[in-house]
Design a protein around this ligand. Structure first.
Ligand code: ZN
Length: 223
C-alpha cells in the first residue's frame, strides 16, 4: 500500500487520512452549501437584473461541479469515524497518533492500523460517493487554475496568468504582486485603502501565504 502511495504521486489518501487536512476539507463543505443556498434564494429575491445575473452565474458554477457537496461531506464524516475507531480499537495513545500523523506527511507512510480504513474508503465509501457524482467528470474536471499539479496544462496556464492564491481570482499583468519565496504563490499587493474595502477574511489572510510563509513584495510591473 505504501509503495502504491509513493509511486502514484497522489496526495489523496494522505490528505483524507490525516486529521488536520480532513478537518479542513470538512470545513469547506459548510460555506459551499451555504453559498449554494444563498444564490438559490437570491435569484428569487433579487432586486435588480445585475443582482439576479450574479446569482445565476454562481448557480452555474455549482451546477458544473462534478462532485456533490453533501455527498462529499458525508464521505468525510464517515472517514472521520473510521479513522477514530481504528485508532481507538488499536489502543493508540495521543503521542503515537501524533507520530503516525507526522509520518503520513513527512514520509508518506500509512500506519498499519489504518490499513482496514484505507480498504473501506477505497471500496464501499468511495462507491457510495461516486454513485452521487460522475467519476468521469471528477477525473477530467479542469483544476489547472488552482496550480495544485505539475502537469503541462497547469504549467502553461500559470506561465501566462497569475492567480491570487488568497482570493482565487485571476490577476492582470498590471497588478502589483507579492510572491511567496517558498511555494511561489502570488497575491495582489493591496494598498491599505484597497484592503479596507475587502472582506474581513481577506484582511486576515493577507499577512502570510497559504503555506504560512511571509510575502515578498515584487517590483511594480513595467508600464
Ligand atoms: Zn507560500
Amino acid at each position: 500500500m505504501n509503495y502504491l502511495v509513493n509511486t502514484s504521486n497522489s496526495p489523496g489518501l494522505i490528505i483524507t487520512l490525516s486529521s488536520f487536512t480532513r478537518v479542513q476539507l470538512r470545513m469547506l463543505c459548510g460555506p459551499l452549501r451555504s453559498g449554494h443556498l444563498f444564490a438559490h434564494n437570491g435569484i428569487k429575491t433579487a432586486v435588480s437584473a445585475e443582482q439576479r445575473n450574479t446569482f445565476l452565474h454562481i448557480m452555474q458554477v455549482f451546477s458544473k461541479t462534478p462532485l456533490q457537496i453533501k455527498a462529499l461531506e458525508q464521505y468525510i464524516v464517515e472517514v472521520d469515524g473510521l479513522v477514530r475507531n481504528a485508532y481507538a480499537k488499536a489502543g493508540v495513545n495521543d503521542q503515537e497518533r501524533k507520530a503516525a500523523e507526522r509520518d503520513l506527511f513527512w514520509r508518506c507512510e500509512i500506519p498499519e492500523v489504518l490499513t482496514p480504513v484505507v480498504k473501506e474508503i477505497l471500496t464501499d465509501k468511495l462507491r457510495k460517493l461516486m454513485e452521487a457524482s460522475d467519476p468521469g467528470k471528477v477525473h477530467n474536471h479542469d483544476v489547472s487554475w488552482l496550480n495544485l499539479t505539475d502537469d503541462k496544462r497547469t504549467k502553461q496556464m500559470h506561465e501566462r496568468l497569475n492567480v491570487d492564491v488568497i482570493r482565487k481570482i485571476p490577476l492582470s499583468a498590471q497588478t502589483r504582486l507579492r510572491r511567496c519565496p517558498r511555494c511561489l504563490s502570488v497575491m495582489e499587493d493591496l494598498t491599505p485603502q484597497q484592503l479596507a474595502a475587502q472582506p474581513v477574511w481577506v484582511f486576515q489572510n493577507q499577512k502570510t501565504c497559504v503555506c504560512f510563509n511571509s510575502w515578498v513584495v515584487m517590483d511594480p510591473p513595467e508600464a
